[in-house]
Each structure stands twice: as structure tokens, then as C-alpha cells.
Design a protein around this ligand. Sequence first.
Ligand code: SAM
Length: 211
Amino acid sequence: MFKRVTESNQCEFFSSIDDARTYAEKAKKSMMRYKAFLANLRSLDIKGRYREIGAGPGVLTVEIARNYPEVEITALELLPDMVTVGRKHVAENKLENRITYVIGDVEDERSYHSLGEFDLVYSTYSLHHWANTDKAVANLYRAVKKGGMLYIYDLRRVWWLYWIPIKNGFFNSIRASYVHNEIKLLLRELGIDNTEIKNEFPFMHSIFIKK
Ligand SMILES: C[S@@+](CC[C@H](N)C(=O)[O-])C[C@H]1O[C@@H](n2cnc3c(N)ncnc32)[C@H](O)[C@@H]1O
């Protein structure tokens, strides 16, 4: 019952530009979903070049660029509709000089060579979508500068949600997300150490990987 259910990890909820716009509007109205991530980012205090993975419509990307006027962000996103909505949001906030959207797949290592290395590589609410997570995480780690950080923030599979009689897209996302031991095993198999995993209330977690 508590097994990870991976049929639900694809991007079926974002299949049109309207879906991308709807996601963007919801995200703007509930910035609470980024609260723990933003608080951790403040504590990390990393300067320089950031790379965001699975940036979606860029609501968090713009928030970060506003909070940290010195950073430049390259935002990688798989779905062209999300990129269209994201680029518009970036332009409306006059941040085109500091946020660059790139269409690409986290699992495709070719996209990493051309973009170089980053002081911070981060991702929010995207990990549970990735089909080849080991390949994706290896790519992300490779994109971090020596001394930099990979920070993955995502949903966490919690047992108690299985007792709530709601089966919607969000529930499916929870079922597709990981528990700590799965992440630890994956990182160990990739030979990645220097990691810390922290629970975030109510059903998220932060995965910090120092290079
Ligand atoms: C739930 S949204 C999160 C968007 C944004 N990060 C946020 O926190 O609001 C997940 C995003 O990850 C993107 N994504 C899924 N698989 C991906 C992949 N393999 N490579 C790049 N982006 C991916 C999806 O297209 C989608 O925009």
C-alpha cells in the first residue's frame, strides 16, 4: 500500500498552455508552498550562478531573482508551454537579463555541457516526475561547481495521506514521491556523499548535497 506508484509521475496535468497558466496562478496565490525552501535558501546564502530544474512557469524563479538581485538563474524546463508562460512572467517582471529559460530534459546529459557549472543547482516539486532519477541526479550533481550545492526540494511519501479518502492529482504526486531511504540508497549507488535530508512540514523534504 505504501509502495511508490510511478504511473503517476508523468506530466499529465500540464498537457496544455491553459494547464501551465492555471498552475502559475495557483502557485502565485499559494507562495506558502515555497516557504521552507526559501527559508533554507536564505540560510545557505549562496552567491553566483543558480540553475533551476523543472522550473515550470517560473513563479519561484522570479521570487528568487527578486530576493537576490546579485544572482543569475538558468531555468531548465521540459514542457514548451511552461516555458512560454514562464518567459512571459519573467518579462512582466523585467528580469530577462537575469533569468534565462532553456527547454530541456534533466535526464539529457547533452544539455549540461553547454551551460557550464553552477554555484547552486536546485529543483522544487519536480523530482517525483523524473523517470530515470539516478541519471537525472547524476546530471545535476555534475552541473554543480566544486564547493557548490545541489538542493532538491520535493514532496515526501507519507503514510497518513493514504488514510484520507481523496484521490486527486495531488494525491497521485504524493504516491509518486520518495521516502528518505530511497533517496539515500540512490545517492549511495551514485557514489554521492556529503548529503543531508531534512523533513519539511507537512509532506515535503529537503535534500542538500554539498560538492
Ligand atoms: C509540479 S511542477 C513544479 C514547477 C516549479 N518548480 C514549482 O515549484 O512551482 C513540475 C515541473 O517539472 C517539470 N519536469 C518534469 N520532468 C522534467 C524533466 N525530465 N526535465 C525537466 N523538467 C521536468 C514539469 O514539466 C513541471 O513544469
